[in-house]
Unconditional design. Structure first.
Length: 129
């Protein structure tokens, strides 16, 4: 699977894992993403990765909320709202580094996917007993 990592004013693509025989629709999609060469294909792959990360974030958030008392729940809500604003602003900033170019939307969705995945992992650690 390819992962796109952001650095200020640069965009780096690193291939991760080996290609395998493709048989299922999910495996086909992964193979398509591994072989994505156009920015449109990469954007589609990253949008899918972002959607998955959003689902994971929502599940982690709900699981954590079940373990918190009333005051902690309010603090998490406040923190999560602030984090969402930061995530979106940061993704906009990252994309602005190549504003007007075809990579801008790709960098934005990649940033959203990476940050959302990281936040989901962070909240999941908090939900563990």
């Amino acid at each position: 699977m390819k992962r796109w990592f952001l650095r200020p004013a640069s965009f780096v693509c690193i291939a991760v894992g080996a290609s395998a025989q493709v048989s299922s629709p999910v495996a086909q999609n992964i193979a398509n993403c591994e072989n994505a060469v156009s920015t449109a294909e990469m954007r589609t792959c990253e949008a899918s990765r972002y959607a998955t990360a959003e689902q994971e974030l929502n599940m982690a958030y709900q699981a954590l909320m079940r373990h918190l008392d009333r005051a902690q729940k309010q603090k998490l809500r406040t923190a999560q709202q602030a984090w969402l604003h930061f995530r979106d602003a940061n993704a906009d900033f990252q994309a602005s580094m190549v504003e007007g170019g075809t990579l801008s939307p790709l960098i934005r969705v990649t940033s959203l996917a990476e940050m959302t995945k990281t936040r989901a992992e962070e909240l999941s650690r908090g939900a563990r007993p």
